[in-house]
Write a protein that binds this ligand. Sequence first.
Ligand SMILES: [Zn+2]
Length: 433
Amino acid sequence: MRHSSHLHSSRHGRWLCTASRRKVDLVVEAASELALCRPQPEAGPDIIEDGSVAVHQGRIVAVAKREEIRRRFRGQTVIEAKGRLVTPGFVDPHTHLLFAGSREDELELKLEGRSYIEILKAGGGILRTVEQTRKASLEKLVSRALNTLDRMLLHGTTTVEAKSGYGLTLRDEVKSLKAIKELDLQHRVDVVPTFMGAHALPPEFPDTASYTDHIVKEMLPRVAQLRLAKFCDVFCEKDVFSIEDSRRLLSEAKLRSMKPKIHADEFSRLGGAELAAEVRATSADHLIHASEKGLDNMARAGVVAVLMPGTSLVMMSDRYADASGMTSRGIPIALATDFNPNCMLENMQLVIALAVYRLQLKPIQALRAATINSAAALNVSESVGSLETGKKADLLVFEEKSHRFLGYHFGANSVHTVVKDGRIVVEGFKLAG
Ligand SMILES: [Zn+2]
């Protein structure tokens, strides 16, 4: 699939060649479909058939029909994408990437009919992971998460958000965020850090109001001082953090230059969507029980809806977010894995399939939700999420020929090649050395 291009052998030929065609690091050539996923698809065709992409110094320098790219550019390396779909790299905008241990035994409890909140109240769920994460060293947390990032990259994810939230003490939240920073430095996948001290009530505090007070007075200033997080998130839910707790926390986070995100209306209609609009959150996530008014407000405030159909699946719930109600209001929908010890799902292709079957998104909508819209959910749509000149050269070459295979062919990995920052990092379904 890959070969290096060769210059003409004669001196004359070489001169002609370099004079007429700009030499670039990489050309991805002759895709059956280039799915551009641009922010404004109505501005022109969003899919180029028989298209090529020219890449130089980690950036996309041109996207056009094969003939035009061939006329203008000469690639040091060429990926023959003949007959295959090429898309931007996936952006996964909601994961709880960093934790120790696992909770496979809870699957049987769930099969016996215990709810997530019941398991949490019985000392299982998040709190069990908190105990294990507190005991783990930073190095151990990093090495485990690096494996997860490898698996994500193999399935096409090139940017991922990662939340803290299994430490729940100043020391352990800072440790988790430092580990997340380390992941971004060590791994090829870009990792966007979110502080989520308000993930659960730790056993050391009597109620969420007093714990929220502790987060605001002790944790937020330290996280801000160390510049460890771009976003601040809260689990706003009945029996977890109230609307008042969440409003206080997110308002304080904004004062410390962290943008708000919110786990909103996942299990009940608490008003999380309304709060997301009120605090101008970058995204509101889950939204399974969001009210009509909450969605109206989100549309007006420009909040991105992050939907995670994998979560409904592992919760054994038939309730999914109202995606059509969101698109009809003009709310951008992003898709995420929600990777966490209760939802061990790294594969965005499977999330796209679930979105097609359970949220009734068309394959092209699901693809946009997993690229440009999820980039918007992380405020990185200026640099990733679409195939456009000037953006990072993060792109995927699929086994299949068309975006219509997304969701249709599911369960197996269809991403043959991954280019990250202009470098081939996955080839033939394997990590490139
Ligand atoms: Zn979550």
